[in-house]
Design a protein around this ligand. Structure first.
Ligand SMILES: [Fe+2]
Length: 157
């Protein structure tokens, strides 16, 4: 009787040990799933595409402060392009500011980029291009409201 009880207790402990072992081996895959995306930079703003005048995402009503304004003038055989987001505050206390402005042509080639500090007076960037692209795209990154984009077709008189 005692021997059979000992065998039964042994079997129960063995089953419990196997169950714990199986649960234990499952833990890493559960952690891997719950840790999805851990390799991405912390605090990076997530959006699928840049916001525009027509598609401001969750920031409807904020277009006037975020859509980049593109102006250009002929400069020799090239083009001087100015991109402004100057309705936007540069507030180092909050902070809330324009982090950068980037200029691309219509094919997505980067023509220039200008980084700003929150203490800079205004987010305005000038780019002197040696040739004249047919199309310009300006992007800006607000540290709170994400990336915004506007486009301009280049038409010289
Ligand atoms: Fe903003």
């Amino acid at each position: 009787m005692k021997k059979s009880l000992l065998v039964l207790v042994t079997i129960v402990f063995a089953a419990a040990a196997l169950t714990l072992s199986a649960l234990g081996s499952g833990t890493p895959s559960v952690q891997a799933q719950s840790g999805y995306g851990q390799g991405k930079p912390q605090g990076e703003y997530k959006q699928d595409k840049p916001y525009t005048q027509e598609n401001p995402g969750p920031w409807a009503g904020s277009q006037a402060k975020h859509v980049p304004e593109i102006t250009y003038e002929k400069m020799g055989t090239g083009l001087k392009v100015t991109v402004k987001v100057d309705n936007h505050a540069m507030d180092p206390a909050k902070p809330h500011y324009i982090m950068w402005i980037r200029l691309e042509d219509g094919m997505g080639k980067v023509l220039g980029k200008h980084a700003f500090k929150a203490t800079d007076p205004a987010p305005v960037a000038s780019f002197e291009l040696k040739s004249v692209p047919a199309h310009l795209r300006a992007f800006e990154r607000c540290n709170i409201h994400g990336i915004w984009m506007s486009e301009a077709k280049v038409e010289l008189k």
